[in-house]
Design a protein around this ligand. Structure first.
Ligand code: NDP
Length: 271
């Protein structure tokens, strides 16, 4: 068990909601936040429940699953009300849920429905979550900071020719993060908002059930080769590499950070 960086001075756990937390980066965040002492709630699509049970529920970390479609404002109201009823407040929100395809269809093949879908999940999902979290966080009387962490991407920091729509959504999350951080800083409410910008993260393990078993070995070799060539550090990120940055931003160790972007991309954008 790790040190309890997410237990408040009064001895109660910080309450953390991770969206899209049943697999990949969100799964690693939920597990590491809980191992650091937080009370964690995963909000994910109902279809993600079996993955949650397999990767998180089986670990007996006391992490709860709530059905949440981040694009649905009513569902956000409901989950925040349930958190308030049970825990009085929320201390940490990780806006992690997101969609991507690698590569995208070419831009001329994309249509309005495609753009709206990406905007709806990747941008509006983070906006709705941030609004509802701030409403509840403002009711807190704790001296300790509350933290909203938006999972953007290094595709939100630099242009990528195969990912114009994804880059647009992740760039929007980046600038939203800085602006809302400044707005909530005005009233000294001690709510911090920061973004995390991963490079290529190897989430293959979490998706293996979607791929025929006989293809696993070849895909493993292919993914390792792509990841190694892509990052100056010579490998892809593990979901835990990103979760470590998220735990830091959730904890009081980052109490003076707001409006910041934390890049975790093995040197990709340093080139
Ligand atoms: P995964 O697909 O492994 O996990 C995303 C989770 O979000 C899934 O459980 C998915 O459910 C869920 N989700 C999708 N749509 C919604 C929705 N409308 N409401 C609630 N949950 C939803 O993704 P990753 O872990 O790879 O990525 C997580 C975040 O990190 C994303 O924002 C992504 O853009 C970002 N990122 C990822 C990188 C990578 O290389 N993997 C690199 C940089 C950034 P389901 O599986 O059932 O669809």
């Amino acid at each position: 068990m790790l040190s309890k960086r997410l237990v408040k001075a009064i001895g109660t756990p910080k309450v953390a909601l991770v969206t899209g937390g049943a697999s990949g980066i969100g799964r690693a965040c939920a597990v590491l936040l809980a191992q650091n002492g937080a009370k964690v709630i995963v909000g994910d699509l109902p279809t993600a429940r079996p993955r949650f049970d397999k990767w998180i529920g089986s670990k007996n970390l006391g992490v709860d699953f709530h059905a949440l479609d981040v694009t649905n404002g009513d569902q956000w109201t409901k989950i925040m009300q349930e958190i308030e009823d049970k825990y009085k407040t929320i201390d940490v929100l990780v806006n992690n849920a997101g969609i991507y395809s690698q590569p995208e269809p070419t831009f001329l093949e994309q249509n309005e429905d495609y753009w709206r879908k990406y905007y709806s999940v990747n941008v509006e999902g983070a906006l709705l979550g941030t609004r509802e979290a701030i409403r509840l966080m403002k009711k807190s009387t704790s001296d300790e900071s509350r933290s909203i962490i938006n999972i953007s991407s290094n595709a939100g920091q630099i242009g990528m020719p195969d990912l114009p729509t994804y880059c647009f959504t992740k760039g929007a999350v980046r600038m939203f993060t800085k602006s809302i951080a400044l707005q909530v800083a005005r009233d000294k409410s001690n709510i911090r908002v920061n973004s995390v910008h991963p490079g290529g993260v190897d989430v293959f393990q979490d998706k293996m059930d979607l791929i025929p078993v006989e293809q696993h070995a070849a895909m493993r070799v292919q993914i390792d080769s792509i990841m190694e060539g892509m990052h100056p550090i010579g490998r892809g990120a593990k979901p835990e590499d990103i979760a470590n940055a998220v735990v830091f931003l959730a904890s009081e160790e980052s109490a003076f950070m707001t409006g910041s972007e934390v890049t975790v991309d093995g040197g990709y954008t340093a080139q």
